[in-house]
Ligand binder design. Structure first.
Ligand code: KIV
Ligand code: ZN
Length: 518
C-alpha cells in the first residue's frame, strides 16, 4: 500500500497563532509526543526568527530521533546557516525553505519579478543541498500562482537538489476539486517530480483544509502537512488527526497507510490544547469532547442495539477509551511512578519525588486523583524549572459579597527576592486580583482574553485559567492550575509575566555570551 508521510507543523505554523507562546521545555514536551504519535517530520520552529526559537529547534533536533526534525528558513543564506547550526545534531538534518510564487506576493511583498524569484529559489536550494541531506522547498501561496510558472520553478528547484516540494494553499482559498487538479497537473508536467516527495499544506479559511489535503493525496501527494487540533494562524491549518483517522476509517476507499499511531491521538491533542491554551471545540471531529457523545433517544437506542448504527469511530481507536484506575491517597510510589511511565513522562528522581509529594498533598484534598490531575503534576515537574528569579505567589485572599466591594490581597516573592503584600479592589473578584497583581509587577498590563475551565470531571476537578495579556507592549499567554479558580487565575497572570522575565533573561545571557566571544 502507498504510504503517506505526516509533516507536523504545530510548533511552527501552529505556534504562529494569536496568543500562543510556548517556552522551550513545552515545545520539547510536544515534540516528544509528536514523535510517539508517529509524525514523519516535525517542524520545530523558525530558527532565524529569534534566539528562543533557535534554542528550541536545536534541543528538539538533538533529542528527537524517530522523526525527522526540520526548521523553517527564508530563501537567504543566513537563515539556512542558522538552520544548519540548529539542526546539524539531528538524525537526518532537514531544512524547509519557502518563497512566494503568486503574482500578488511577488509584486507587493517580495517586489521581485518571476525571474528573480526563480533565481533566488534555485540559489537557496543549491546552497542548502550542499549542507543538508534533506531539503524541502515551498512555493508560498502556490495555489494562487500561475500553474505554468509553478512548473518552471519546480523543474529548477528539483534540479538544484530539493528532495521535497510543497504546494501550499497559504490563504485557504482552494476547493478540494481545484487543489486535487493542481496536484494532478504538477504530477504530469514537472520534470523529476517522481524522484521527490510532493507535499500538501492547507489552511482552513473556508473550512476545507482537511478535504483539500485528502484531495491532494488522491491526486499524487506523498506528504500532508498540518497541525494537531488544526491550530494555526487565522482559521488554522489542516488537522492531522482528522486526516489520519479518515485514511484509516475509509481504508477500503483510499488504500493508503500512514505511520500514525492512532491510539496516541487523544493524548497528543490534549497535550497541545493544555500547553497552548487553545481549547478544543466540543463538536470538533475526532477529538472534540462530544465526538463520541450520543444524546438523542433514537441514537442512544440504536447504540444499545448495535454501536455501529451511529458510531463509525470508537473512542478506543484514538486512545480515549477507558480511563485507567484513579489513584488515591493510599496509592504508593511504585504505582505512581508506573503511571508516569505509561503516560509518557520521564522524570528524574528529584522530579519524581517532588511530584509524589504534591500528589500526596492533592490526595488529601481530593478523593480520586485522575489521569488529568496526574498530567498536571507530571508536566509541572518537567516544565517549571527555571534559574531566573520570577514572581512566586505565596498567598491570595479574596473578599467578595453581593453588597461589598471585591478586594484582593496578595503576598508574593518578587524577582528581587523580597516578599511583598499588595491589596486593592475591582468591580469583581477577578478584576480585584488582576488589579492587585498589576500593582505587584509595576508594569503596564492589558488583559486581552481570559478563560476558566475545569480539568477533568466532577465537582472537585482542578480549575485551569488561561490569561492572554499585554505586558509593557509584549503579548503573552499564561496558564495557572489550582483547586480554586481564583487562585488559578492569579497563577495564570503571574505565569504570563514570568515567561517574559525568563525570556528576557535568556536573551540577555545569549547577548553576554556573544559579547564575551567577540
Ligand atoms: O502557509 C504557508 O504557505 C506556509 C509556508 C511557510 C510553507 O506556512
Ligand atoms: Zn502555512
Amino acid at each position: 500500500m502507498r504510504q503517506i508521510d505526516f509533516f507536523d507543523t504545530t510548533l511552527r505554523d501552529g505556534e504562529q497563532s494569536a496568543g500562543i507562546n510556548l517556552n522551550t521545555a513545552e515545545k520539547l514536551k510536544i515534540a516528544r509526543q509528536l514523535e510517539r504519535f508517529g509524525a514523519t517530520v516535525i517542524e520545530a520552529g523558525f530558527p532565524a526568527s529569534s534566539p528562543g526559537d533557535f534554542e528550541a529547534v536545536k534541543q528538539i533536533a538533538d533529542t528527537v530521533k524517530d522523526s525527522t526534525v526540520t526548521g523553517l528558513a527564508r530563501a537567504v543564506q543566513s537563515d539556512i546557516d542558522t538552520c544548519w547550526e540548529a539542526l546539524k545534531g539531528g538524525a537526518e538534518p532537514h531544512v524547509h525553505i519557502f518563497l512566494a510564487t503568486s503574482p500578488i506576493h511577488m509584486e507587493y511583498k517580495l517586489k521581485k519579478t518571476p525571474d528573480q524569484v526563480l533565481e533566488t529559489a534555485v540559489r537557496a536550494v543549491k546552497y542548502a543541498a550542499d549542507r543538508f541531506p534533506l531539503v524541502q522547498w515551498s512555493a508560498e501561496d502556490a495555489f494562487r500562482s500561475d500553474p505554468a510558472f509553478l512548473v518552471r520553478i519546480l523543474n529548477e528547484v528539483i534540479a538544484a537538489g530539493a528532495t521535497t516540494v510543497n504546494i501550499p494553499d497559504t490563504v485557504g482559498y482552494a476547493s478540494p476539486q481545484e487543489y486535487g487538479a493542481l496536484f494532478r497537473f504538477l504530477k504530469e508536467n514537472v520534470r523529476g517530480i517522481d524522484r521527490v516527495k510532493l507535499s500538501a499544506h492547507c489552511h482552513n479559511d473556508l473550512g476545507m483544509a482537511v478535504a483539500n489535503s485528502i484531495a491532494a493525496i488522491e491526486n499524487g501527494a506523498d506528504q500532508v502537512e498540518g497541525t494537531i487540533n488544526g491550530i494555526g494562524e487565522r482559521a488554522g491549518n489542516a488537522a492531522l488527526e482528522e486526516i489520519a483517522v479518515a485514511l484509516h476509517i475509509r481504508k477500503e476507499l483510499y488504500q493508503l497507510e500512514s505511520g500514525i499511531r492512532l491510539e496516541e491521538i487523544k493524548r497528543t491533542s490534549e497535550l497541545v490544547s493544555r500547553l497552548t491554551g487553545v481549547a478544543i471545540q466540543p463538536n470538533k471531529a475526532v477529538v472534540g469532547k462530544n465526538a463520541f457523545a450520543h444524546e438523542s433517544g433514537i441514537h442512544q437506542d440504536g447504540m444499545l442495539k448495535n454501536p455501529e448504527t451511529y458510531e463509525i469511530i470508537t473512542p478506543a481507536l484514538i486512545g480515549a477509551s477507558v480511563e485507567p484506575l484513579a489513584l488515591g491517597k493510599h496509592s504508593g510510589r511504585a504505582a505512581f511512578k508506573d503511571r508516569a511511565i505509561t503516560m509518557g513522562f520521564t522524570l528524574d528522581d528529584t522530579q519524581m519525588n517532588a511530584a509524589f509529594r504534591e500528589f500526596k498533598e492533592l490526595a488529601d484534598k481530593k478523593k480520586e486523583i485522575t489521569e488529568d490531575d496526574l498530567f498536571v503534576l507530571f508536566t509541572k515537574q518537567q516544565l517549571e524549572e527555571t534559574e531566573t528569579p520570577i514572581y512566586q505567589l505565596d498567598n491570595i485572599q479574596v473578599q467578595y459579597g453581593t453588597n461589598n466591594v471585591p478586594t484582593a490581597t496578595v503576598t508574593a516573592a518578587t524577582p528581587a527576592g523580597d516578599t511583598v503584600h499588595v491589596a486593592t479592589t475591582g468591580a469583581g473578584s477577578v478584576e480585584a486580583i488582576f488589579n492587585t497583581l498589576e500593582l505587584l509587577v509595576k508594569g503596564d498590563v492589558h488583559i486581552l482574553d481570559y478563560q476558566v475551565s475545569s480539568i477533568g470531571k466532577g465537582r472537585d476537578a482542578l480549575g485551569q485559567a488561561i490569561v492572554n495579556l499585554e505586558f509593557n507592549g509584549t503579548k503573552l499567554t499564561g496558564r495557572g492550575i489550582a483547586q480554586d479558580v481564583l487562585e488559578a487565575s492569579a497563577k495564570a497572570y503571574l505565569n504570563a509575566i514570568n515567561r517574559q522575565l525568563v525570556r528576557e533573561s535568556y536573551e540577555n545571557r545569549k547577548k553576554q555570551a556573544a559579547a564575551a566571544v567577540l
